[in-house]
Design a protein around this ligand. Structure first.
Ligand SMILES: Cc1cc2nc3c(=O)[nH]c(=O)nc-3n(C[C@H](O)[C@H](O)[C@H](O)COP(=O)(O)OP(=O)(O)OC[C@H]3O[C@@H](n4cnc5c(N)ncnc54)[C@H](O)[C@@H]3O)c2cc1C
Length: 465
């Protein structure tokens, strides 16, 4: 393979956040490290380049966070969103390990910024990267190169040789040629299978054709399948995923953050029959936004519409596409392709059920509906102020939760419960150990960073032994 000759101590498959954290740690641990990344250089760093912020445990306010976020509160937040579907040992390890990220990330080139409008719910709990995930990943690549990590792009690993729980070699394809690469240990950080529509169809049927993939087309799950094929123990619900409400006009892949819609709590959401189907004001957006993709996926033709009025517009970060605008609800319905009488009835029914309260987008306020099914528990205000706006919504898949089981050393666990000798996993591919369900904003990077660091450290230890 181009300018790359073994032997390697550690092979890292996937050059996203988890992969680069692992590569940097392994190299610092004295290992000779090779990173293989499917994408061309300009599109390296998978979903990680779309990120903005990371959730971390900390004891006090800093220039960039407004107050402490202790372990028990972090754990309670996670317990609530997962409904207890999490491995507490690994979850607490992640939370505790996240404390070091506030220093470790800047030590490896990442810079912080104060959160901007639209993200203020996270000012206490999350750190925002200056320049977002793209700048973060460029910094990690710079650091890795400076340390002497070897990186080859356009190299998809399609096969691995495993003998009795021991990794032997990987087969990578680059420009039509296959290459056999041996290493003393492997870290698999190749993301989930969210970009593999035919795999999604196994669990979602034809509905998956209407899913939009927010991140890289390269997360095809090739490595996940390989590991499972070789007897690694799976974890997580195959239908489980982080999926948000996305502007239906977004591109099929890689639309990134700007196509997400945060408007649901400030209006109503209806399906193509102009019927509401969920409590839009159940909880704060950071704790609930990741359920909307799944909710929309369960609606007819996997389409829904966010309906708001002029009062709501200043309260959320808009999508990159302008909303559909109209002077009346009936006109808005026509513009969105909905039945005008039905949408008008749905809005009237909602407006009539709204109980007066003190609107406060920063709190679980007392603006709610009464006698409406489903209810709207907070931020319920009549949709009565023209102009009226609508956004068409599709399920936007961020990442999938089916993955490989790991232990505290990020070592993958085989079907017979034995830890593999030299196979480690980090990031989306093992996030299902901790995220059985639900999501907390900024937690994908937390899992990938903590487990990437552990995997790199342990793989280097193994590689040096
Ligand atoms: C739009 C968007 C916004 C997000 N915002 C945030 C946020 O603000 N905060 C947060 O915490 N999380 C966020 N997430 C989730 C976050 O991106 C992921 O949890 C995290 O980046 C996953 O890191 P990873 O290294 O596991 O995967 P990735 O970053 O996706 O990296 C996987 C890499 O593996 C490569 N690859 C795949 N298969 C192979 C193969 N067979 N051979 C070689 N290479 C392969 C891919 O090309 C890719 O570069 C966001 C995700 C998206 C899509």
């Amino acid at each position: 393979m181009v300018n790359v000759r073994g032997p390697f101590d550690v092979l890292v498959v996937g050059g996203g956040n988890a992969g680069l954290c692992a590569a940097i740690m392994a190299r610092r641990g004295g290992a000779r490290v090779l990173v293989l990344e499917s994408a061309v250089k300009d599109f390296r760093a998978g979903n990680s380049r779309h990120t903005r912020d990371v959730r971390y445990m900390h004891k006090a306010a800093t220039e960039y966070v407004t107050g402490p976020y202790p372990e028990e509160e972090f754990w309670e937040d996670l317990r609530q969103v997962t409904g207890g579907a999490t491995n507490e040992r690994l979850a607490r390890l992640t939370i505790q390990g996240s404390e070091e990220l506030g220093d470790w990330m800047p030590a490896n080139g990442v810079r912080w910024q104060k959160p901007l409008r639209g993200t203020l719910h996270l000012t206490r709990t999350n750190l925002f990267m200056l320049g977002g995930g793209k700048a973060m990943m460029n910094a990690y690549y710079d650091t890795a190169c400076r340390l002497g990590v070897e990186i080859v792009y356009e190299s998809e690993v399609r096969g691995i040789e495993i003998d009795d729980g021991e990794f032997c070699s990987a087969t990578a394809f680059r420009q039509g040629e296959s290459h056999e690469i041996a290493a003393k240990a492997i870290v698999v950080a190749a993301g989930g299978f969210e970009a593999n529509i035919s795999w999604l169809k196994e669990y979602w049927g034809e509905a998956a054709e209407n899913f939009i993939i927010r991140g890289t087309k390269h997360n095809q799950g090739t490595m996940l399948r390989e590991l499972l094929k070789h007897g690694v123990k799976p974890v997580g619900d195959p239908r489980g995923c982080h999926a948000v409400a996305l502007d239906a006009r977004a591109p099929k892949f890689d639309g990134g953050i700007v196509t997400r819609l945060d408007s649901p709590p400030f209006g109503i959401v209806v399906n193509k029959d102009a019927q509401r189907f969920y409590d839009e004001g159940e909880d704060f957006w950071p704790k609930r936004y990741a359920i909307w993709g799944k909710l929309i996926a369960e609606q007819p033709e996997q389409i829904a519409y966010s309906i708001i009025d002029a009062k709501a517009l200043p309260h959320f970060m808009p999508s990159v596409f302008p909303p559909v605008e109209a002077g009346s609800i009936a006109e808005l319905a026509v513009a969105l392709g909905l039945e005008p009488a039905r949408l008008t009835a749905a809005v009237s029914e909602f407006n009539n059920a709204v109980k007066a309260g003190k609107f406060d987008p920063g709190a679980l306020d007392d603006c709610r509906t009464e006698g409406l099914a489903p209810p709207k528990s907070h931020w319920a205000r009549a949709i009565d102020t023209a102009p009226f706006y609508g956004y068409p919504l599709r399920p936007g898949i961020t990442f999938t939760y089916l993955g490989v089981t790991v232990n505290e050393q990020a070592r993958v666990i085989m079907q017979d419960e034995r830890p593999a000798k030299n196979i480690f996993a980090a990031g989306e591919i093992m996030a299902g150990n901790i995220l059985g369900r639900g999501y907390l904003a900024g937690f994908g990077l937390t899992i990938g960073s903590v487990f990437g660091r552990i995997a790199g450290r342990e793989a280097a230890r193994h590689g040096g032994s």
